[in-house]
Design a protein around this ligand. Structure first.
Ligand SMILES: Nc1nc2c(c(=O)[nH]1)N[C@H]1C(S)=C(S)[C@@H](COP(=O)(O)O)O[C@H]1N2
Ligand SMILES: [Mo]
Length: 343
């Protein structure tokens, strides 16, 4: 399997933070102009702010305990020639509406307690199981941890390339032994308003928490579906969905819930958070498809976190080889093929 371990390692420990970079550039520009002494004060203050933010982000990262089971590895370009995204970029730009609708989630996660943490798998199964994330991290449940470099595509058209650590999602499903009538998998995140400011107020989300998602059982069993407990050689940072999240590299990012508490096998197709909010914009299938625009923007290209590089969006986000069989024989206009609406 090409995305496994292999070739690959962590980036340099301390690349120049983007914030400091931006600040330095602004300063240099200002100093290049004559008579700017009067405006240097506020600029320096802004720089200090940026520096402080950078240190705070770094604090949230160093808190993480390094995973012993998986050696840090250097990740080279993936099979599509894309370099790994710098770790810091994935820690300062996030979507996690339980905390904020902004991208600066890392500022709001301080009160969130991500361990100890258990999640259950139940519903139409022979053997309901509760997993302790500590056991997964220790390699005592669900098998050996793997490291996989996956492209990741948010429906908002930003993208990243992340070395996740975790286990095949299939292992979770199989441990519970689905009954023959199980056709779908429903997932729930946490409900803890006292720890998550975004769950305390604010229509239209308030009535919907906890975050809920769903997929078909064959999708859940696909070899690329991955249950992540870490990234970049560390446990997941809170803003990235600590301590356990789902990663479905061929679907838009929102199909992978963060901080999972419950998994249920069902006979009926489960409703999903974003479809419940905006059915005309987010459907159940949500497979990455450059040819089906979001009603408000194109999906033809994507922008990489960290570098800002723009690149073409690929069908199934480049994972067609592994997942296209799930949708075999479907017409291109079938909503299951791509980002179909009103499915
Ligand atoms: N519980 C929960 N899971 C979630 C979300 C969320 O708001 N809450 N946002 C989703 C979206 S829209 C994306 S793009 C990814 C973002 O993951 P990242 O912040 O690690 O990049 O998480 C997904 N999972
Ligand atoms: Mo997203």
């Amino acid at each position: 399997m090409r995305w496994r371990k292999s070739s690959i390692s962590l980036p340099a420990a301390d690349p120049t933070p983007e914030e400091i970079f931006r600040c330095r550039r602004t300063l240099l520009k200002a100093m290049g102009l004559a008579g700017m002494a009067g405006t240097l004060g506020p600029l320096l203050a802004a720089c200090d702010l940026w520096g402080r933010e950078t240190r705070q982000v770094e604090d949230t990262l160093v808190e993480l305990r390094t995973l012993k089971a998986v050696p840090n590895q250097t990740f080279g370009p993936d099979q599509l020639g894309q370099p790994m995204t710098e770790r810091r970029a994935t820690a300062v730009v996030n979507n996690f509406y339980e905390f904020t609708t902004g991208k600066d989630v890392w500022r709001y996660v301080e009160d969130f307690v991500a361990r100890p943490w258990r999640f259950e798998i139940s519903g139409l199964v022979e053997r309901p199981v509760t997993f302790d994330v500590a056991d997964i991290l220790a390699g005592k449940a669900l098998g050996e941890l793997e490291e996989r470099l996956y492209r990741f595509r948010c429906v908002e058209a930003w993208a990243m390339n992340v070395p996740w650590i975790g286990v095949p999602f299939r292992h979770v499903i199989e441990a519970a032994r689905p009954k023959p009538e199980a056709k779908y998998v429903r997932l729930l995140s946490f409900l803890r308003p006292e720890q998550a400011p975004g769950q305390q107020s604010g229509a239209p989300y308030l009535r919907l928490w906890p975050y809920f998602e769903g997929l078909t059982l064959p999708e859940a069993l696909n070899e690329t579906a991955f249950l992540a407990v870490g990234m970049y050689g560390h446990e997941l940072p809170k803003q990235s969905g600590a301590p356990v999240r789902l990663v479905l590299p061929w679907k838009y990012g929102y199909k992978g819930p963060k901080s999972i508490t419950r998994i249920e096998l069902t006979a009926e197709r489960p409703p999903t958070f974003w479809s419940a909010l905006a059915p005309d914009e987010y459907d159940f299938w949500s497979n990455v498809d450059p040819d089906t625009p979001h009603p408000r923007w194109s999906q033809a290209t994507e922008r990489m976190l960290g570098t800002g590089e723009r690149r073409p969006t690929l069908p199934f986000n480049g994972y067609g080889e592994y997942v296209a069989g799930l949708y075999a024989g479907l017409d291109k206009n079938d909503p299951r093929y791509g980002f179909g609406l009103n499915a």
